[in-house]
Ligand binder design. Structure first.
Ligand SMILES: Cc1cc2nc3c(=O)[nH]c(=O)nc-3n(C[C@H](O)[C@H](O)[C@H](O)COP(=O)(O)O)c2cc1C
Length: 170
């Protein structure tokens, strides 16, 4: 798909059918995450693929925002393997994981798979409930699947500020 179409077609899907994401499409999505850039090429991300009813049930205890998605990707990162930027105020952990997550989300769109980026959960509780190692922090969850019949973007999907409000040429 043309990149412009990939970006244009993506929207946050808030109700899924039970149709599972095909293994080859999931593989292509995960590969796009693998190719994401990270600071110093640290690749501190760790992606967990959740498809079992048992663990999907645990996700439902963490957030109301699975919306019936049959696959959820948990994007975590190794807190002990991040690059701290000069000034010591920020490090690469969340940033790198967000770039990986964006690759995953756009690759899903490219595969015709619907998605929704989720942050409406307590990341500490998520790490505990999912049994992640101590050194890993959950950045976000990515719902993946196919929209239920009749479901499409919410009205706010088309509401974006003009570039004149968000871009300044210095
Ligand atoms: C960082 C981030 C966190 C989000 N968290 C949630 C969430 O927890 N639950 C949810 O339903 N949607 C969530 N969304 C989806 C946004 O609400 C959605 O992207 C936005 O309203 C624009 O709609 P669109 O994605 O359809 O264009 C999140 C999106 C981003 C980028």
């Amino acid at each position: 798909m043309e990149f412009k179409e990939v970006v244009k077609n993506r929207y946050s899907c808030k109700k899924y059918s039970s149709r599972q994401v095909e293994a080859e499409k999931l593989a292509a999505i995960l590969e796009a995450g693998r190719l994401a850039p990270t600071a110093k090429n640290l690749q501190e991300q760790h992606i967990y693929v959740v498809q079992s009813p048992e663990i999907l049930g645990k996700i439902d205890e963490l957030t109301p925002c699975r919306y019936g998605a049959p696959t959820v990707l948990v994007v975590a990162f190794d807190k002990d393997n991040v690059f701290t930027y000069p000034g010591d105020k920020r490090d690469s952990g969340a940033e790198d994981a967000a770039i990986v997550a964006t690759h995953l989300m756009l690759a899903a769109s490219n595969e015709g798979v619907d998605s929704c980026w989720l942050n409406f959960f307590d990341p500490d509780k998520a790490a505990e409930v999912l049994g992640l190692p101590e050194n890993e922090e959950v950045l976000m969850l990515l719902d993946l699947g196919y929209a239920a019949e009749g479901v499409g973007p919410l009205p706010n999907h088309d509401s974006r500020k003009p570039l004149s409000e968000t871009v300044t040429y210095l």
